[in-house]
Write a protein that binds this ligand. Sequence first.
Ligand code: ADP
Ligand code: MG
Length: 238
Amino acid sequence: MANVSIRELAIDFGTVSVLKSLNIEIQSGEFIVLLGPSGCGKSTLLNAIAGLTDISSGQIWIGDRNVTWEEPKDRGIGMVFQSYALYPTMTVEGNLSFGLRIAGMNKDEIAKRVDRAVQILQIDPLRKRRPGELSGGQRQRVAIGRALVRDVDVFLFDEPLSNLDAKLRTELRVELKRLHAGLGSTMIYVTHDQIEALTLADRIAVMSGGVIQQFAAPKEIYRRPVNRFVAGFVGSPS
Ligand code: ADP
Ligand code: MG
């Protein structure tokens, strides 16, 4: 668990300003959804927190550490992408343990963590399968498992359910909520889907054009949108 503090974060790609002096304070253990239309800078913000993109100015703090210039692997975060990014030739177990083996963790500890992750994500029967033998939902569980075994403080999700069909999306949403309740980790979840935001978030940050327009509890955003953009974007949760 850790709070995440984004301070005056700006990111330019060439002459294009993608994030504009953005500030956001995320409490330890909160489930935050970054909601906004395609191209508004959600992935860029998430990548910046993960250390996967160069920033132009500003700071990123996780807990009491200024991680702005820390390596991604040192930040205590785990990231789950829309596409699964699993190692196709490794089994589920192999995919879950790979990073820990690279980091030099001892075998017993690795086994313990993998066991725990497959229990939590209910993929125990799939341990010996390879990604090609899994459904989309199962692959995404494995992808979440890879963050889980690392015992991270902060989970980052970039539209993790958008490749799945509607029924599976609903199922995994419920599981993510359960996971969050069980772990109490800080979770930052990117989507352009209002329903997803509404059902998952403790607080929603509505973004457009590299700026956070409103950051509040779902109810507050729907009842009292601060401007026309927010009203229009969340307006009809039909
Ligand atoms: P979102 O995730 O909200 O759809 P992104 O963060 O991916 O948006 O992108 C925000 C804007 O930045 C878009 O206009 C996109 O084209 C631009 N962009 C993203 N990555 C790069 C890059 N590496 N180089 C140049 N422009 C980029
Ligand atoms: Mg994106």
